[in-house]
Design a binder for this molecule. Sequence first.
Ligand SMILES: Nc1ncnc2c1ncn2[C@@H]1O[C@H](COP(=O)(O)OP(=O)(O)OP(=O)(O)O)[C@@H](O)[C@H]1O
Ligand SMILES: [Mg+2]
Length: 497
Amino acid sequence: MEITDLARMIGELEEIGVVASGSRENESLVILYEGMEKNVTNETLVLIDNRNGNKVLAICRGGFGVNDALRAVNYTPGVAYARRGGTASTAKEFYAFRLVVVGDVTSGKILQNMTIVAPGSKVYKFNVRTNPMEFLSTSTQRVGYYATGFKTWEVPVQAEYISSHIGIFGVTGSGKSYLCRHQVIPMLMRNGYDVLILDWKGSDYTPYYSDRVINMGDVELDDASVTDYLASALNYFGGGDTGSRLVNYLDEVIATTEWRGIDELATKSNLLSNLESVIRADNTDQSGRLSRWGDIYLRKVTRAFDKLDAAELRPVMGTKRPGEIIRELREKHLLVLDLSYGAKEQKLSMFLSIARYLKRLMEEKQELRIALVIDEAPQYCPWQPKGLEERTTKMLTELAALGRSYRLALTLVSQGIAGEIGINAAVRRNLNTLFIGRIHPLDAQEAEKFFATSLVQSDQLLRLPEGHFFLIGKLNPSPVPLLITFEIPEEERRGGR
Ligand SMILES: Nc1ncnc2c1ncn2[C@@H]1O[C@H](COP(=O)(O)OP(=O)(O)OP(=O)(O)O)[C@@H](O)[C@H]1O
Ligand SMILES: [Mg+2]
């Protein structure tokens, strides 16, 4: 913001109170002028005209009202009067807000505030003509608007940190998918990222981008993903050492079995007979006799295949290769993979297949400029991953690390942050920008860690209305979390979704 005359700007603002005693550089208290308690609310942005010489931007967080006549710890005439239903005197009443300092804005842009805020300094509230967001950054990239401000107070973001990955958290119905569709995805695209959305339920994105949807059954899985998926569908041949030996045989067979263009039953019988041949070849002595182990292997294989429904092979019979999907993504700039059809293993295998392809491109040092939006992230990288989830969790940490250098930006969406309802800690550590909406009580402790020294308490996070999110981290030009919200387009509100 070009502020040639900050003093003149202050002249335009509404004076709301003065700084109380005990103030510090990063935190202080404002005593509100009489009547101001009605129009200064939690999260109101204010400017402190610091008597010590600088101008300080701050946020009201945690207000309280005091009336000495109504102290409930001892009996006073005021209390006696209140007991009988009378209105107590307001002569000794005042309201105050704690202020969390955002920074020093004397120069027109935000710097760390190093000067103690002087008690008695005047505090001002911004109005519709003065937009405090201009202090934060000159970036033209924006998400939503400052929730207690005006719609014109769009929040600037430091878009160069998109590939440091994003996490979106909030309980069901808190507005995560809406935030993604209306704010995050458009922001990614404006910054030149092609966006690939993995729609786990097929209901959050698929209906809104109907001309750009790929069904999971159409996608060709790579051999490793086919093995992963089939091993899981075959129940790992009963597990144990024998089971893992048989998975190795299966791996060998996958590469040589014909998948595409034939029906499931034929595929199943080809697969079984190829597997049997490999086992026989490997477990037969010179005289042509099958060893005792060979016999056990064959029996286990037969049993596992008897239980396999040929229809379960359908997901591995698609013909669209990851390379083709990425080519299509480049043309259309946004694609949704509808994962609603199929079991969890199929969905994860498909993710792995595409992820391996992207990883290979990055290992070849290609800059991708691709954003992966993963809704229902705990399905891929839960707290304690098991089976295929171990692969997908590891893959996500690898993609995150490579992605920072080669611009593969992850956006993970989850109802919970940590623990049983959250996402894996190793993956979470890689998310450098967070949008935190209404949280689950189980997450209260975890969430507060992100708000250390910024005066946001979990009781506030537990009550956030839908569509309200705190923006924290790299994308946020402010060192303290900002509460943002956004508008849903008229036609969608009417649609009642
Ligand atoms: N900015 C907003 N303003 C007003 N209402 C909103 C806003 N964003 C979302 N909502 C409302 O919240 C509802 C739930 O939103 P959404 O489907 O995005 O939740 P979600 O967090 O993705 O839930 P789930 O975890 O169940 O997928 C929407 O139907 C919409 O009506
Ligand atoms: Mg959702």
